[in-house]
Ligand binder design. Structure first.
Ligand code: PEP
Ligand code: MG
Length: 588
């Protein structure tokens, strides 16, 4: 595919993953190896850059021939063949022609254009079904790397790279990429893969970074450094925006900032419906860096502390005391409000707890959540004791992820009791009445909520997983994003069943999946009986404002109606109707 002519506006559509608008140059990063610096050149420099490319190819060819000779000298003819293949790849006339043309059309430096061209080839190769061809990507990567290094042999002055503010574009970003990136310069990000409920998207929302995901195939068509608008509300990436498009978005940014300031000014007002039903709004937290965002958001506690990001982002899992230190910092910052600490939820699309000998064929149905903790009792014990230690300094609750049935809870409770006895003997203060809850995120747990309710003090519904397991649609796979419907009647029934069973057993239920932060659904969730909505820190003010404007009795009637509705969009629309009536100005 030829690059688009410069300066014509092009819009790519993806999935809105984190609200907000970003305007700035785009920077595409690759898989496999790092992108070289990129800079624009004058049209008059095109022949010079094309010549630099030819020289880099010559140098690489020379190197490969030398390697081939050395290899043949050492080990006979056979092993040198690999370099023959590499030389053929290097001389592929289609690539050479394409790089020459792209230097002229993109007006960018030769090494970057070569790199971008190779990315196109590599991506195409990675997507072919034939495993033999797929494996050849290693050879292409190898040759491409050599050529890129060969560029550095020239004595050209270095050019400034793109280290200012930019929109980051990648094939995919893992949660650890998102955690590790230098966020000071990231205005927003765009990925070809991913979906709204991937942990990368959740982190983007937590940090208030606009993001669009699932823009299939587009990374190959976007020229790095192009001016771009990222619309995280509508899921659009607009490259080379027209002046009127830019004007529209600049106005939108100002409007959104005004509404946000207005809503934030109400953050200390109680989150009660107009007829007096209180619903707690708490925050979800992944990293200590978010603590300040959480305390500023007006959240009344932390409804979900995802400890896996603290535990697994360094090389080794921190020991009991180091964990206790971290949890205590969180508890002290949030006190007098409560922190619900979730025990390690490794696996799925998150960080693995240890390298498995074989990759799992179905990671989401595999070794994750409490299954990992119960299989590693020493590690689990460290975490339980650390949480108990933190409960000695302020209000703490703990909960377990991925519970599928009663025996997991029984085993975990037994371990807690043992840890309590040990700490007692050691004279360490902790809260013996610490509430213990479970995430309800596996359909079997939601169906058996009446059985599980007698074993725990609260339920927290993890809708991100509950939806994926109920409708059998992977939460991070854009190909099935359309099936992943929070208001699917089956999901609504499971939520209702859980809340009702909890109420019958005298325990409360909160919701901590991303559904809780979607203000189109606030009336429905309140009506179904949720007593706590735990949301990303950026969503706290809006969810609080939404609660203050709705009437509880009307929400209950809506939820009753939803139980009779048969289509997900009808359920969504009924909730949206109340949302529009009560707080239309807050909706994106
Ligand atoms: C969920 O599944 O809804 C949830 C809150 O847990 P996580 O997103 O961390 O899997
Ligand atoms: Mg989950």
């Amino acid at each position: 595919m030829e690059p688009k002519p410069p300066h014509s506006e092009v819009t790519f559509l993806g999935i809105p993953a984190s609200p907000g608008i970003a305007i700035g140059p785009i920077y595409a990063v690759s898989r496999g190896f790092a992108a070289p610096e990129v800079f624009e050149i004058e049209p008059s420099q095109v022949p010079h850059e094309q010549e630099r490319f030819s020289q880099a190819l010559d140098r690489t060819r020379q190197q490969l021939q030398e390697l081939q000779q050395r290899m043949e000298h050492l080990a006979g003819s056979e092993p040198g063949d690999i370099f023959e293949v590499h030389i053929m790849l290097l001389e592929d006339p289609a690539v050479v022609k394409r790089v020459h043309a792209a230097i002229a059309s993109r007006c960018q430096n030769a090494e970057y254009v070569f790199f971008a061209t190779m990315q196109t080839y590599l991506e195409a190769m990675r997507r072919v079904a034939d495993p033999y061809l797929r494996e050849r990507t290693v050879d292409i990567e190898d040759v491409a790397l050599r050529v890129l290094r060969a560029f550095r042999n020239d004595n050209e002055p270095r050019h400034p790279g793109s280290d200012g503010p930019h929109i980051l574009m990648a094939f995919d970003l893992t949660p650890s990429d998102t955690v590790g990136m230098d966020r000071r310069h990231i205005l927003g990000f765009v990925t070809e893969q991913g979906s709204v409920n991937s942990h990368t998207a959740i982190l983007a929302r937590a940090f208030g970074i606009p993001a669009v995901v699932g823009l299939e195939g587009s990374i190959l068509d976007v020229t790095t450094l192009s001016l771009t608008v990222l619309d995280g509300y509508a899921g659009k990436l607009i490259v080379h925006p027209k002046p009127e498009t830019l004007e529209h978005y600049r106005k939108l940014v100002i409007d959104k900032q005004r509404i946000r300031a207005q809503v934030e000014s109400h953050r200390d007002v109680a989150t009660e419906t107009t007829d007096g039903q209180h619903v707690t709004v708490s925050a979800n937290m992944e990293l200590l860096e978010e603590l300040e965002l959480v305390t500023h958001s007006g959240a009344k506690g932390i409804g979900l502390y995802r400890t896996e990001f603290t535990l697994l982002s360094g090389g080794e899992i921190p020991d009991e005391l180091a964990q206790a230190h971290t949890y205590t910092r969180v508890v002290e910052a949030i006190s007098p409000h409560r922190v619900i600490i979730r025990t390690l939820d490794a696996g799925g699309d998150k960080l693995p707890v240890e390298p498995l000998t074989e990759p799992e064929p179905n990671p989401f149905l595999g070794w994750r959540g409490i299954r990992v903790s119960l299989a590693r009792p020493a590690m689990f014990r460290d975490q339980l004791r650390a949480i108990l230690r933190a409960s000695g300094v302020g209000p703490v609750a703990m909960m377990f992820p991925m519970v599928s049935g009663i025996s997991e809870v029984e085993c975990a409770r037994e371990l807690i009791a043992r840890c309590m006895d040990e700490l007692d003997r050691e004279g360490v203060p902790f809260d013996r009445a610490i509430p213990v809850g479970i995430m309800v995120e596996v359909p079997s747990a939601a169906v058996c909520a009446d059985i599980l309710a007698s074993l725990v003090d609260f339920f927290s519904i993890g809708t991100n997983d509950l939806i994926q397991y109920t409708v059998a649609a992977d939460r991070v796979n854009p190909h099935v994003a359309d099936l992943y419907r929070p208001t699917h009647p089956a999901v609504i029934r499971l939520i209702k069943n859980t809340i009702d069973a909890g109420r019958d057993h005298g325990i409360w239920t909160g919701i901590c999946g991303e559904m809780a932060g979607d203000i189109r659904l606030t009336p429905l969730l309140i009506g179904l009986g949720a007593r706590e909505l735990s949301v990303g820190p950026q969503q706290v003010p809006r969810v609080g404002e939404a609660i203050r404007t709705v009437n509880h009795a009307e929400c209950v009637a809506l939820a009753d109606e939803a139980m009779r509705q048969t289509r997900s969009h009808d359920i969504l629309n009924s909730s949206l109707e109340i949302a529009r009536k009560c707080y239309g100005y807050l909706l994106d």
